[in-house]
Design a protein around this ligand. Structure first.
Ligand code: GLN
Length: 457
């Protein structure tokens, strides 16, 4: 069938089904059909890539020229970017067809997708028995859409776990690349030194195909790294014999339920059958990661979000009395509670007199955490651990207690502070809900992670 026919079928199904999940904020019919038409032309001209005509979706944090980009916030409810993010442009150039923009926690702050201005997302898992569970967050819409088979693939971003944790909770595959591997240009900033875009798909092979399109040096991102991009599908079938796996003992702690631990350990035993060897390692500073992250990420967020002032673009309050009134009411009305909490914490941590005690201290801790990983990778090739302490929890269970929500990322956050890559791979079930295995690698070891994940799948 033609790309136009395929796209129409996906759009019809998406509109019919997504009422149950709320995984999309915007379905962009016209743009999708125009891209499908272009894909058919590309194919006719003999210029097709593997992505030509393939439907997928973007997390609503990636700017899409002419398509509303909200970042899950009221602040950007009517924002239509006049340009594409580099990731968006790359998929376009490959001929892929973007069906729309997926739901997310507001400005990517959250682990349950409940902070979205556009409503919570419901995890497809558990729904059949009437259970409304969170899909994880902040890339919860992308994860739920892939899990519900509304799209075969979707983009995500990961600042502290936002690709891996929703992938784990929805039973799909997600990869956070090395910081700098994927351009951040046009990806709305949360915490610039931690944010990284990456693939979310059913399998490691599909994730590899996505990363082939997403990765690469971009002169428009000054923190990107100029390094050759391998074909990530080329090494998927390398044998794993001799692979040295480290199990960080701090990640098999009492924060993990016995049933979760059993699933993760079963998965690791499969690797032993494939010829890998396993040993315990230690990340002595990992326990400080949440504390360091919740100084650094809000600090960067408070600076990044200062641009939303009602002057240049986005929401503006009605009938401002004067400039101050416009600033304060625009921000009071435009931002939700979690975003305001982060701005307050971040502004405090950066203020004169407190900077040394909090921000500088957190940066020092960050370096110690990074060094832990560097030391571990002198002994082993990859690290394996759980992704989240529990499977998908019920909507409403944690959203009144920010600290319990923050602890969702206890196994993922240190990886962002270190800047290394890590994946979430479906590894089993607890009470009928999916559990993820986290595979963590050294800088630029994405090909090895995808290889390890593919051999397991
Ligand atoms: N849950 C973490 C937070 O709320 C991480 C979110 C993310 O990775 N974008 O900050």
């Amino acid at each position: 069938i033609s790309s136009v026919e395929l796209t129409q079928q996906f759009l019809d199904r998406l509109k019919h089904e997504d009422g149950k999940y709320n995984s999309f904020i915007t379905i962009s019919d016209e743009h999708a059909l125009a891209e499908a038409k272009a894909a058919d032309e590309m194919r006719a001209a003999g210029k097709a890539t593997v992505w030509t005509g393939v439907p997928f979706a973007h997390k609503d944090i990636f700017c899409t020229n002419g398509i509303r980009t909200t970042c899950g916030s009221r602040m950007l409810e009517n924002f239509v970017p006049p340009y594409d993010a580099t990731v968006t442009a790359n998929f376009k150039a490959a001929g892929a067809v973007c069906l729309g923009k997926t739901n997310m926690d507001e400005f990517a702050m959250g682990s349950s997708n409940e902070s979205s201005f556009y409503g919570a997302v419901t995890n497809p898992w558990g729904l059949a028995s009437g259970d409304k569970r969170v899909p994880g967050g902040s890339s919860g819409g992308s994860a739920a859409a892939v899990a519900a088979r509304l799209v075969p693939a979707a983009t995500g971003t990961d600042t502290g776990g936002s690709i891996r944790q929703p992938a784990a909770l929805c039973g799909i595959t997600g990869l956070k690349p090395t910081y700098g591997r994927v351009s951040r240009y046009g990806m709305i900033a949360f915490a610039s030194s931690l944010d990284q875009g990456g693939p979310m798909a059913r399998t490691a092979e599909d994730a590899a195909l996505m990363l082939n399109v997403m990765a690469g040096h971009d002169p428009k991102d000054s923190t990107g790294i100029d390094r050759e991009v391998p074909d990530y599908t080329a090494t998927l079938n390398e044998p794993l014999k001799g692979l040295k796996i480290g199990l960080p003992k701090e990640y098999f702690s009492d924060q993990l339920s016995p049933a979760m631990e059993e699933q993760v350990r079963n998965a690791i035993r499969e690797y032993e059958k494939l010829g890998a060897t396993v040993k315990e390692v230690s990340l002595p500073n990992a326990r400080l990661a949440i504390a360091a992250y919740y100084v650094i990420a809000p600090a960067e967020a408070s600076a990044n979000l200062s641009r939303f002032d009602g002057v240049r673009y986005g929401y503006r309050c009605d009938d401002p009395k004067d400039l101050m009134d416009m600033y304060t009411r625009t921000r009071a009305e435009g931002f939700g509670n979690e975003v305001k909490r982060r701005i307050l914490v971040g502004t405090y941590a950066l203020s004169a007199g407190y900077f040394d005690a909090y921000y500088l201290k957190a940066q020092k801790v960050r370096r110690l955490i990074q060094q832990d990983f560097i030391n571990a990778f002198k002994e082993v090739d990859v690290l394996m651990s759980p992704v989240s302490p529990t499977p998908a929890f019920r909507q409403g269970e944690k959203n009144t207690d920010p600290v319990s929500m923050y602890l969702e990322d206890v196994f993922t956050i240190a990886i962002n502070l270190a800047g290394i890559p890590a994946m979430s791979v479906p590894a089993g079930f607890v009470d009928g809900l999916p559990v993820g295995l986290q595979i963590i690698g050294d800088y630029f070891s994405e090909a090895r992670l995808l290889n390890a994940a593919h051999q397991f799948q």
